[in-house]
Design a protein around this ligand. Structure first.
Ligand code: ADP
Length: 387
């Protein structure tokens, strides 16, 4: 008799222990997980649900009265009403999330995964999981914006080329050699523009691929890279009557980096200064010095500058300060500075910009010590793209 009672006690202790273990496991989930009965009352909720409920919301309350963002509870109630499983993304604006205890800024995205739980023959409750998919959602948005912007940027020069082509062939203008040559030159200009956009897009997508092999790390002298850039821009510099001065406090410094991307960085920064100031005898300085935490590299010009209201956005893809310009006047692809920032970040650095229009516009890159190559010393760490 006593033995039977002991066995029963042991069994109920084991069951209680199992329940505690299950609860502990469910509480470690980052997904919010809860159960509803057929009336929509919450009968179980793991720890991660706390952020969705306001005040005393939680176990014992109805799903539409626990302070949860209405769009989330609506999706759950629909699953309950239909008694069917659903897996549905729900996007919340910051206004909606503020109704709950969620400390979100901006939009957030959630995957609502609800399914009836069968107990015996009758359906007794609904299991709900809420998963935060905000990062994936934003990545997808950025990708969609990129495709939309890129198509828009490519469509205009393509339409111009097609228009001139049609004029040449259907307007029988090929016999008029002067006109034909003028048209071909315009088409060539827009063809080169398309090529530059495509080239810039490829560079960005390589840098964003997250592939550790994107960078080919090999020590090189920063001075020779800067001199290359000046040489490549020589004809623009002399046409504009501009000057480019190298201010090298450590002239022989060698970087442990990918020379191709460093050329892109310096080229885009110097070319931007020249492009934005074609009418004036511009002075551009490219310089570097060793300073904690490693190396500071800067490109500065005394041109028209960037209005402070635009400064926070200029590293965004396709962002331009001048928004209203004809195709003839477009100066760049709008991708230059995003390439610069991605390439700097891939080398574990950061870039900042400051501008006093008409006085000084300065882009300053800070690189960590391990990016400086010391003679005879192995490169301590290989940087990866998208770091
Ligand atoms: P773009 O290919 O149009 O030059 P970027 O991404 O390189 O695109 O630059 C974004 C915008 O930032 C440019 O359109 C320009 O308005 C502004 N900008 C960048 N560098 C300078 C500079 N040195 N002086 C003035 N404006 C600049």
């Amino acid at each position: 008799m006593l033995e039977k009672a002991n066995i029963k006690k042991d069994r109920s202790q084991a069951l209680a222990q199992d329940a505690l273990t299950e609860k502990a496991i469910l509480d470690t989930l980052s997904d919010a997980c809860f159960l509803l009965n057929s009336e929509g009352v919450i009968t179980y909720a793991n720890s991660a649900t706390a952020r969705f409920f306001s005040g005393q919301g939680g176990i014992g309350q109805k799903i539409d009265a626990c302070g949860m963002a209405p769009r989330l509870s609506k999706a759950v109630l629909e699953a309950l009403a239909e008694n069917e499983a659903i897996v549905r993304p729900v996007i919340l604006s910051d206004r909606e999330t503020s109704a709950t205890a969620l400390e979100q800024t901006g939009e957030s995205a959630w995957l609502v995964d609800a399914a009836p739980v069968q107990s015996g023959h009758s359906q007794s409750s609904m299991r709900v999981l809420l998963r935060d998919i905000t990062t994936e959602y934003h990545t997808e948005q950025v990708r969609k914006d990129f495709v939309a912007n890129a198509s828009h940027e490519l469509r205009t020069p393509l339409a111009i080329i097609n228009g001139y082509l049609e004029n040449l062939t259907e307007g029988n203008l090929l016999k008029d050699q002067d006109t034909a040559l003028r048209f071909l030159k315009i088409m060539g200009k827009h063809g080169r523009r398309i090529a530059r956009i495509v080239e810039d897009m490829l560079i960005i997508s390589r840098l964003e691929s997250g592939d550790a092999n994107t960078l080919k790390i090999k020590p090189f002298r920063l001075k020779s890279c800067a001199l290359d850039v000046v040489e490549r821009l020589e004809s623009v510099i002399s046409t504009q009557g501009a000057s480019v001065h190298l201010q090298m406090e450590v002239p022989e410094v060698r970087l442990a980096g990918d020379r191709f991307y460093w050329t892109q960085i310096l080229f885009n920064l110097v070319e931007n200064a020249l492009k934005q100031n074609p009418q004036m005898p511009l002075a551009v300085t490219v310089g570097w010095r060793e300073e904690e935490p490693g190396l500071i590299i800067w490109v500065e010009d005394n041109g028209v500058g960037i209005p402070s209201s635009d400064l926070p956005f200029i590293f965004r893809r396709f962002y331009r300060v001048e928004k209203h310009h004809s195709q003839e006047e477009i100066k760049g692809t709008g991708l230059g500075l995003s390439i610069v920032r991605r390439a700097v970040e891939a080398h574990e650095g950061k870039i900042e910009v400051g501008s006093i229009p008409g006085e000084a516009t300065r882009f300053e890159i800070t690189l960590p010590r391990q990016m400086i190559h010391r003679q005879g010393k192995a490169i301590s760490k290989s940087p990866t793209a998208n770091s």
